[in-house]
Design a protein around this ligand. Sequence first.
Ligand SMILES: Cc1ncc(COP(=O)(O)O)c(C=O)c1O
Length: 460
Amino acid sequence: MNGEQFREYGHQVVDWIADYLDHTRDYPVLSQQKPGELVDRLPLVAPEKGESMDLILDDFRKLIVPGITHWNHPRFFAYFSISASAPGILAEMLCAALNVNGMLWKSSPAATELEQVTLSWLRQWIGLPDEFFGIIYDTASISTMHAIAAAREMADPDIRRRGGTGRLVLYTSEHAHSSVEKGALALGIGQENVRKIGVDAEFRMNPAALQSAVENDKAAGKKPFCVVATVGTTSTSSVDPVPAIADIAEATGMWLHVDGAYGGSAMVVPEYRHYFEAVNRAHSVVVNPHKWLFTPIDVSVLYTREPEILKRAFSLVPEYLKTAEDPRALNYMDYGVQLGRRFRSLKLWFVFRYFGHEGVAHLIRNHVQWAGKLANMIRADPDYEVVAPTPFSLICFRHRASDQHNRDLLEKLNKSGKAFLSHTVLNGRYVLRLAIGNIATTWEDLEETWQLIQVLGKTT
Ligand SMILES: Cc1ncc(COP(=O)(O)O)c(C=O)c1O
């Protein structure tokens, strides 16, 4: 494709994106396709001869778009709603065009240095001390896995050479994200060595139960090595008591990792910092800009006070990757499993500069305030109950009728294409989750979605 053709198709693509972003509302939020529908419509083998861009773009519109669930839709309230803001999309385009691999400083100095700078900016916005080193991975699951690997290295440095002995034990709450257990699985800690500590009535880890689990394990000859607290759990956005957990971690010599994949973004707003007390005592913290900082997926940030331990866990430099030592030339490949690294910091740079601290804080503040207001409206309807506190932008609620009624209500709502919510189970009951996080969501979207839920709740 020559430059002229690229320009022509590039303009077509940009026009399509601009129209799409202006009219995302016109699409059903949840794809209406059936499983296998796209597979059945596509050829079984790849084309032998190249095809025209016109045809490819046409098929993108006709075949791919109908199979899309629109995370960009202002009424996408499922899981943790995310946003691809326009400056982030523009940066993604440039990132693909530059196509650099930021494995070493030398392999693209700007990729490495922009990562250092943007992560230092974000660190200041969320109020973490200067000593925290930042690194970008693709997802929180991978950030957390690396944190657990560093914890393992701190507890048993010989494990790198010898492999595991099955003695190390990891603690987290029964409301922690499944990525914590998956990280332990991947690192050979073993599911049997993951303790899921019970929670209180507000779904927060019970520190007394953590303390006794640690003591039991020590008495049994095990070695407690890592505790993962969550600030903003997946099911309810509850905040574990980090100060008490940090006390136990410090007294036991365990690595404390804080999962702020979703909630951590709220640290950008000074008046919500009280939810994050003692997070600065953690050895590592994960925050996902791709969840609630208006940056297109994927970008997850791990901060750690112990970069040397993280490096020790992973550094392995074959001859062909050796470069001259320079204290200012950071080689991010030393701090993780992957070698190749996308230029993800470019989109953080675009997003942070475009919105500024004030703009990002304003968006998050709106979402949190709207969640509080909507939770009050739900509470005011005698047919519904709000079943968990709403510290951030997630509301957990249910119709007071049966679980089946709630299930049917959710299915009808999602099938309507007008809004998309997800569910969880709390204290054995089926619960609807409405998460606000999309940049285009307005208060009217929330009001109208609630009215629709009320109508469907009556007719279900
Ligand atoms: C609290 C929490 N941690 C971790 C994750 C995993 O995030 P990722 O998809 O970036 O791996 C999620 C996903 O929703 C989450 O809610």
